[in-house]
Design a protein around this ligand. Structure first.
Ligand code: SF4
Length: 383
């Protein structure tokens, strides 16, 4: 049973108008009722927005002239503005999207032979402060609105020419960009509803993935709220090391996280969870770490591990694992029967790896200032 997420009081832009990208289908129907229109009109407009990627009411030819004029007066369709877009030689594409107060977020498209994955951000910066993460090092500013989240898919789809619903180039969306998506629960769920809705981007549950660092109570809430896939940023299989890498582990240790994952799988028996494990040289890439991970994964036999070679960024104290260690770690897991994938690093020439998304964050946590000071003091070294 889906949890009801309250219809937002849609934030109005500087013009005082309502942004229709802030509404899921029910919210849009309610809005049309509020302005004295039949709710089915909302679905007509929704199809224009997400199937035809249209943002001008005047081009919605099957909407009557009077309604088009009314909509132009009271609302708008406003995706984030592109400040910069960069293409890597391997086809990976990155957009820098402008937010308020000089902030910016990043969205990345990764094409593969059989699919195209869009990595979407949920916050400006991130408050969770994982020690190996480029976004975490920048501090936190605010949550993104529903429009700013679904708007990333809209911008990318428009750019990629995702015009027809059947012949789409974005086949998968992962909430794996800047931010902890469960910390912005309502806006993220509403945006994922639009990703899933047939009148939205129409993606199947297995093609929309939310990745969390482990906000345990919200994993259960997510399972009630919407049918999507789950990924967990694990990165270590013992509590001491995980707390060092992913500090929220102190509040929700591995045993509690695994129990939440077991509840998720029990409620969605045909689904699997992906555990992300970023390999850092000498930190979490040794045979004993693989043994610990194997022991954990025995508790979730249908789930899989995604190994990610660390992508160094200026100021980090971590290094990418040696190729031999990465191969040995994967072999150890595979020999133990753990389904294990090794993520190829993509878009190296545009810094496109997840956890590498930089954006521009006006930090409200002082964390970025602390990092700069430590760099100045020589406590950290750039790799
Ligand atoms: S890894 Fe994810 S949760 Fe951790 S700081 Fe980075 S963006 Fe936030």
């Amino acid at each position: 049973m889906n949890q009801v997420i309250a219809t937002p009081t849609a934030p109005t832009g500087s013009t005082g108008k309502v942004n229709l990208l802030d509404f899921d289908r029910q919210g849009l129907r309610d809005f049309f009722t509020q302005i004295g229109e039949k709710p089915y009109r909302a679905e007509q407009v929704m199809k224009w927005i997400y199937h035809d990627l249209e943002d001008d009411f005047e081009n919605m030819t099957d909407v009557g002239k009077a309604l088009r004029a009314k909509l132009t007066e009271v609302c708008y369709i406003g995706a984030p503005k592109t400040l910069l877009d960069k293409a890597a030689t391997d086809g990976t594409h990155k957009w820098l999207l402008g937010m308020d107060s000089g902030n910016a977020i990043e969205t990345v498209y990764i094409p593969e032979p059989t699919r195209g994955t869009l990595c979407v951000s949920s916050q400006i910066g991130c408050a969770l402060n994982c020690s190996f993460c480029s976004t975490g090092a920048q501090g936190f500013n605010r949550n993104l609105s529903t429009a700013e989240i679904i708007g990333q898919v809209w911008v990318a789809a428009k750019y990629l020419g995702n015009i027809t619903h059947q012949n789409r180039r974005i086949t998968n969306v992962v909430m794996m960009g800047m931010g902890e998506p469960l910390a912005n629960f309502e806006n993220v769920v509403r945006a994922m509803r639009l990703m899933r809705d047939d009148l939205g981007f129409g993606l199947a549950a297995k093609r929309v993935t939310l990745s969390t660092a482990g906000m345990v109570p919200l994993i259960d809430q997510l399972s009630d709220a919407i049918d999507v896939s789950l990924a967990v940023s694990l990165h270590a299989a013992n509590d001491d090391l995980r707390t060092e890498l992913v500090p929220i582990n102190k509040r929700y240790p591995i045993a509690e996280l695994l129990a939440a994952c077991q509840r998720w799988v029990a409620r969605k028996p045909r689904t699997s969870i992906t555990f992300e494990y970023t390999l850092m040289k000498g930190i979490n890439d040794q045979p004993e770490h693989a043994r610990q991970l194997i022991k954990l994964m025995r508790k979730l036999p249908t789930c899989k591990v995604n190994l990610i070679p660390f992508n160094p960024f200026p100021g980090t104290r971590y290094e990418r694992s040696d190729a031999n260690d990465i191969r040995d770690f994967q072999t150890q897991l595979l020999n133990a029967g753990v389904l294990t994938m090794l993520r190829r690093t993509r878009g190296d020439d545009i810094d496109a790896a997840c956890g590498q998304l930089a954006g521009q964050v006006t930090d409200r946590t002082r964390r970025s200032a602390d990092l700069r000071k430590r760099q100045d003091d020589g406590a950290l070294h750039a790799i």
